[in-house]
Design a protein around this ligand. Structure first.
Ligand code: PMP
Length: 428
């Protein structure tokens, strides 16, 4: 009954082409996108800011490694180990080129964005931060870029300061100089907010921080696969991101650090693989990058990430960004037409494909649950940004987030399902 009223039919989605990007053609590479949800509705996957899906090429490459090339890296002298070591190091080179690092030894494989930030907070932080030093964060940071600094502050007596945001969801930069003081040691900032979608002016932030001798850590979790990151052009000191939001596997991430900084930093995790020599009275760490890669690394995941980067290179980041902006513009129009919806964050021009919103009188979790009835996957809650939600006077938002395999039809389905959500709550 309700399915009929909703005017959503479980037929295939259609896509609009933009030059150089064919969403329907690309969708065919993603096996999961043909899943039927509740055995009926074609999956409308709008939770890409949480994790993207993986194309067959990435999945197949990982199966192939396990089937034909699996061995530990940097250890064996045997043929198989040479194969997997070469592939693992080739993946590092791909990452290095993708973000335009000067040297692939500046690429440290981690388990994800979160681990990369913790590595910097523990290793660089413990070695360099003293009581009274200041770490500057922003009100729009993910908990991954808050808690490690709070832990550092607990250990050292450092002070956390917060760069405010405007009501529109931009960083408030008018008084930036007053936050970049003589005791400020680090600015840790997200390039793109995982809730607001805001693209922050990180080049300007880095320039202004560097002018005061302050280092900058860039959380690129939401930007690397949407706009790309050019670490050399930005002059960034540390950049962190994870594989699973860029078509790659879970369990793999990247810390980029300028080699001068990484060389001076003590190792984070100790164990095999990260040493040059161990004696009973101590150890000497290995050179970069192995100094920061103790134990058996996520070998197959790194190789899968390399294949994800090949895929992203083929699709092209400029086309992805342009296409996402089209989807986002449509999403804003559709949501505004539903009515009683407040979109959190700036206009589509200033953001990527993330649209968080609240609906008058309906809790975010209820919205997500009703959308799920129609196979539409969105996220509801605080999205690991409790200070941001507090600043906005909210406890939860619903977030729809897009990628290049989403279609305008899917956005329209979101709108129709939200209209239905409103009707259901009005009837109650
Ligand atoms: N920072 C931002 C901005 C994020 O969106 C996320 C993931 N939600 C993270 C950090 C944590 O990333 P990971 O899952 O790779 O640890």
């Amino acid at each position: 009954m309700m399915d009929k009223a909703l005017k959503i039919t479980p037929e295939a989605t259609t896509g609009k082409k933009i030059p150089g990007l064919d969403p329907l053609g690309l969708r065919a590479d993603f096996p999961i996108l043909s899943t039927l949800v509740h055995e009926k509705w074609p999956l409308v996957y709008l939770d890409n800011a949480a994790t993207t899906q993986r194309p067959r090429q990435v999945i197949d490459s990982m199966v192939d490694v396990y089937e034909t090339k699996n061995a530990n890296v940097h250890r064996g002298i045997h043929w198989l180990s040479e194969q997997s070591t070469n592939l693992y190091e080739e993946a590092r080179n791909k990452v290095s080129k993708f973000i335009n690092a000067a040297d692939s030894r500046e690429i440290i494989f981690t388990r994800g964005t979160t681990e990369g930030i913790n590595l910097v907070a523990r290793s660089w932080g413990d070695a360099n931060i003293r009581a009274g030093d200041e770490i500057l964060l922003t009100e729009m940071e993910h908990h991954a870029n808050i808690v490690p600094w709070q832990q550092l502050a607990e250990r050292t007596g450092a002070i956390i300061r917060w760069l405010p945001i405007t009501d529109e969801g931009h960083l408030a930069l008018d008084n930036l100089e007053s936050y970049l003081g003589p005791r400020t040691r680090l600015l840790a900032v997200t390039e793109i907010s995982n809730v607001l979608g805001t693209i922050n002016p990180v080049a300007e932030l880095i320039e202004r921080a560097h002018a005061q001798g302050i280092l900058v850590l860039l959380d690129a979790a939401q930007s690397v696969a949407h706009r790309g990151v050019d670490v050399r052009q930005l002059g960034a000191d540390f950049v962190v991101f994870g594989g699973h939001k860029m078509l790659g596997p879970t369990g793999i991430g990247v810390l980029y650090g300028r080699s001068k900084l990484l060389k001076a930093m003590p190792p984070f995790i100790g164990g095999g693989g990260m040493i040059r020599r161990v004696r009973k009275d101590g150890f000497e760490p290995a050179d970069l990058p192995l100094k920061f890669e103790a134990g058996t690394p996520p070998i197959v995941e790194a190789i899968g990430l390399g294949v994800a980067i090949d895929y992203l290179d083929r699709v092209g980041l400029p086309a992805i960004h342009q296409y996402e902006q089209m989807l986002t513009t449509r999403a804003h129009e559709v949501l505004q037409a539903v009515g009683d919806v407040r979109i959190i964050g700036p206009s589509p021009r200033d953001k990527i494909g993330i649209v968080s919103f609240v609906m008058r009188g309906i809790h975010a979790h209820d919205i997500a649950q009703i959308l799920d009835r129609y196979g539409i996957a969105v996220r509801a809650g605080h999205h690991c940004t409790m200070p941001l939600h507090k600043r906005l006077g909210l406890t939860a938002t619903t977030r729809a987030s897009f990628y290049f395999y989403n279609t305008l039809d899917e956005i329209d389905k979101l709108g129709t399902a939200l209209e239905e959500t409103k009707k259901i709550f009005r009837r109650r």
